[in-house]
Design a protein around this ligand. Structure first.
Ligand code: FEO
Length: 170
């Protein structure tokens, strides 16, 4: 059985995953109307789906452990970006905030001696490591590429085979 404080904290994470899904959906829509970003567009759509899956996984856990998963109201995310680099910088900032939030949840689970939740959260800890790695890789590449069009072409092509959020692990 979840404590009230743990239930509230997990529901805040439901909100965060839902906001992430919306943020990446907005990036996907923006990328789709830019010339030559087919791969990036698919990446963001896929990443948005991943975040929705993270949200659903949390919701099922809350409900299965005697809590009640709350469907949150969402803020409108950033809709446009001055460059692809800016979009990926925002993605990275977002993922670091999610990681910090997951770490706080792990902390709370330990404080409450809620080992079931602690065990459940380990999946998210691993997932965040992967997402941070991927975000960093993309940002490093875009930093190197700068305004070089052939570099951007290759980035867009290569990102099609990158794993957005580790879906293949599930
Ligand atoms: Fe589910 Fe990328 O945080």
């Amino acid at each position: 059985m979840l404590s009230k404080s743990m239930q509230d904290a997990l529901n805040r994470q439901v909100l965060m995953e839902a906001q992430s899904s919306q943020a990446y959906l907005a990036m996907a829509s923006w990328a789709e109307i830019q010339p030559g970003l087919k791969g990036v567009t698919e990446f963001f759509f896929r990443h948005s789906d991943e975040e929705r899956m993270h949200m659903l996984k949390l919701m099922h856990f809350i409900n299965e452990r005697g809590g009640f998963a709350i469907i949150p109201q969402l803020e409108q995310p950033t809709l446009t970006f001055v460059s692809l680099k800016k979009a990926f910088e925002e993605l990275m900032k977002h993922e670091l905030a999610v990681s910090a939030s997951i770490n706080e949840l792990v902390d709370l689970a330990l404080k409450e001696k809620d080992y079931a939740t602690h065990n459940f959260l380990q999946w998210y800890v691993m997932e965040q490591m992967e997402e941070e790695r991927l975000g960093r890789e993309c940002n490093d590449k875009l930093e190197m590429i700068g305004d070089d069009k052939s570099g951007l072409y290759l980035f867009d092509r290569d990102i099609m085979t990158m794993d957005a959020g580790g879906s293949k692990k599930r």
